[in-house]
Design a protein around this ligand. Structure first.
Ligand code: ZN
Length: 122
């Protein structure tokens, strides 16, 4: 395979996003001597050449340890108000304004976090 440059119709391994597997592919298009697109020999889907690599977004995330539902919910939430741990820098005027506006909800949000901690410890 390395003895001559790839040509249209050559078979090579690539990751098929449709089959989600590393499968035989035909070279469907070339750009500047490099494989640009491939056609899956299993489902005939033509897609950009992926150099046999799984897309990192999905693969990387799936490899992480499965998180509990509570942790998944917590990951999508704003951090709990930790005023003591924050540096004593004076906040920007706009920020202070936002905090004042958000003040009525802080109490409720604090209760929510306490509730979540309680659920987590179960
Ligand atoms: Zn396929």
């Amino acid at each position: 395979m390395a003895d001559r440059p790839l040509r249209l119709g050559d078979v090579l391994d690539d990751y098929c996003p449709r089959c989600r597997l590393l499968l035989n592919h035909d070279v469907a298009s070339l750009a500047e001597g490099q494989v640009a697109r491939t056609t899956c020999r299993t489902c005939y889907d033509t897609h950009d050449y992926r150099h046999g690599q799984k897309p990192q977004r999905r693969g990387g995330r799936k490899k992480e340890e499965p998180r509990s539902l509570v942790d998944q919910v917590l990951a999508g939430m704003p951090m709990p108000p930790v005023t003591a741990a924050q540096p004593a820098e004076s906040p920007a005027p706009e920020e202070a304004d936002l905090r004042e506006r958000a003040a009525p909800t802080v109490h409720r949000r604090g209760n929510l976090w306490a509730e979540l901690e309680r659920i987590r410890k179960k």
